[in-house]
Design a protein. Structure first.
Length: 153
């Protein structure tokens, strides 16, 4: 299982899950839960994802550290300011928000079942290896950050 760690960039994984969600929703018409203004709700949720994701990228750029999710050992500094005060993984949270927005747009509860599967995949193959790398790089400073800020929200 370790062979998948840090191999597939999370945005690509999110796109694959989005495709799977679309396939599931197109096959499971009996699971439709359309509601008034679902497109508006989807836009709001996706917009929150955009804000969170861009805020995280801005923090990384200001800290002059890598955003490459496949090379956490290349991290130059521990980013704990901005949106990172609220969540240790804002970029992954933004991907989750995009998938939730996509689910709302698709209006199919079967598609929603894939969101926690995506989160489990990201936790196992992306977050856990990143946490090991950051612990090795920043030691007690990272441990304090972990104790202070939640992984997701």
């Amino acid at each position: 299982m370790h062979s998948l760690e840090l191999k597939v960039p999370p945005p690509f994984v999110a796109l694959l899950f989005g495709l799977l969600m679309w396939l599931v929703s197109s096959l499971g018409e009996g699971a439709d839960v359309s509601f008034d203004n679902h497109i508006g709700v989807a836009i709001v949720v996706a917009s929150i994802g955009v804000v969170v994701g861009f805020a995280a990228m801005g923090s990384f750029l200001r800290a002059k550290t890598t955003m490459n999710p496949t090379k956490p050992s290349a991290t130059a500094s521990l980013v704990t300011h901005g949106v990172f005060r609220l969540t240790r993984n804002p970029m992954y949270l933004s991907l989750v928000l995009y998938l939730v927005a996509w689910t709302v747009y698709l209006s199919n509860w079967l598609a929603l079942l894939l969101v926690p599967v995506f989160m489990l995949y990201i936790y196992q193959f992306q977050i856990k290896p990143e946490e090991r790398a950051l612990s090795a790089l920043f030691g007690p400073e990272y441990a304090l950050y972990q104790a202070r800020v939640r992984r997701w929200l």
